[in-house]
Design a protein around this ligand. Structure first.
Ligand code: NAG
Length: 387
């Protein structure tokens, strides 16, 4: 499925019981951390840095879920706009979770937790470089789309949880919301959610869905509702589909999955081909040379295709943990060679990024050697100053 649940992420990071104990302490301090984050809200960045906007098609979409490394230092997304030959159009910050009787979380924390200082500070720069930053709600962790939350038949209940989602879109200036429904939701419920998001935001706001590829050809689905029916009822309010062509639900080893989706009535330029960025993230990784061949064949048949999506950023091949942006360079060379989105960084911007990093790290608590052991992963933001 699209994502590791947040408990798995926890396990991934906090393998020893001592670290788990530290994590529990962090949870207990959450309220205080959130309050602290409010007072640390940073001043507006200078509007100095936009260089060129990537054309929308074909899209290059990357999910950014793992925000921290094993030492719990932030993972910078900025190489996606500072490195050459990357035509990124969308970054999907994820995963937001909505749960009954609870407040919205981004993975393990409220989105305004100081842990995410770097995420939000950098996301604003991505936007200034012309990349659309959207959110994603749902994924493998259940809860967001139940009859007690966003699929509630009760209007007041829907309003309550929808309001949480709307508020984070406003607070973080998200330019779209990806609905990753991996639990059974009603046909009327998904339509209501799509229509409401579309109605509440401006024309540029993009509502997207993240079905398994087979769901778009009337095959197996994880969402309970029919995507073709939704497209008929509300397709004009859906920007595109981040279809998962992996984990056995579709493949890019040939054109067959994409062909079947188009035959089922979906426009080729609304289907974004979801790929694993590394075999470590699931089942069905397709090598770059195969991907190039199949994409070129699809382009020959359909003209414009929707683009390519990658799940997920931090460990992408071929660069892996050290150089995860290289996946985006590979895909750019397939989709539209020579294109680039580049960012100009002033000293003031570099100062702010550096400070945001320090706040993120400081939020990890003062008593754990592990959390302070690998400051070496902090990007040298000042080396990127070019304006
Ligand atoms: C998929 O969606 C349909 C609705 O069209 C539903 O009836 C079906 O049971 C769903 N589930 C699976 C596993 O395909």
């Amino acid at each position: 499925m699209l994502l590791l649940c947040f408990r798995c992420i926890l396990f991934h990071y906090f393998k020893t019981s001592r670290q788990e104990a530290t994590m529990r302490t962090l949870f207990h301090n959450l309220v205080f951390a959130s309050l602290a984050a409010l007072s640390l809200a940073s001043p507006a960045l200078e509007k100095s840095v936009a260089v060129r906007q990537a054309d929308d098609l074909p899209r290059l979409v990357i999910y950014y879920q793992t925000t921290h490394d094993r030492s719990n230092n932030p993972i910078s997304m900025l190489p996606l706009v500072t490195e050459q030959n990357i035509a990124l159009t969308h970054l999907v910050v994820c995963s937001f979770h909505i749960q009954a009787d609870y407040i919205v979380h981004l993975n393990d924390f409220p989105p305004d937790d100081a842990h995410f200082s770097t995420v939000w500070e950098e996301a604003r720069l991505m936007q200034e470089a012309g990349v659309k930053v959207i959110g994603m709600v749902g994924g493998a962790a259940p809860g967001s789309f139940t009859t007690r939350t966003l699929d509630s038949p009760d209007a007041a209940t829907f309003e309550h949880y929808y309001g949480q989602l709307r508020d984070i879109i406003i607070q973080y200036n998200l330019q779209g919301m990806d609905l990753d429904v991996e639990q059974s939701m009603s046909q009327s419920g998904i339509r209501r959610l799509v229509e409401r998001l579309h109605a509440d935001f401006d024309e540029d706001f993009e509502v997207t869905l993240a079905p398994v590829a087979s769901a778009l050809r009337n095959g197996a689905n994880l969402s309970g509702f029919n995507y073709r029916t939704l497209e008929t009822e509300a397709g004009d309010k859906i920007a595109f589909h981040n279809a998962q062509f992996y984990n056995g639900f579709g493949s890019m080893s040939s054109t067959a999955t994409f062909d079947a989706i188009v035959a089922n009535g979906f426009r080729a330029d609304k289907v974004v081909i979801g790929q694993l960025t590394t075999p470590s993230n699931g089942f069905g990784f397709v090598p770059f040379d195969t991907l190039r061949r199949v994409i070129n064949s699809l382009q020959a048949t359909y003209g414009q295709i929707g683009g390519v999506m990658g799940w997920e950023y931090f460990n992408s091949q071929p660069g892996d943990l050290a150089r995860p942006w290289e996946w985006a360079q590979q895909i750019t060379s397939i989709l539209r060679p020579q294109a680039s989105v580049n960012l100009r960084i002033t000293k003031e911007v570099a100062d702010r990024l550096s400070a945001a990093w320090d706040r993120s790290v400081a939020a990890n608590g003062e008593d754990s050697a592990e959390f302070h052991a690998s400051q070496s992963t902090k990007p040298d933001y000042h080396s990127w100053i070019n304006a």
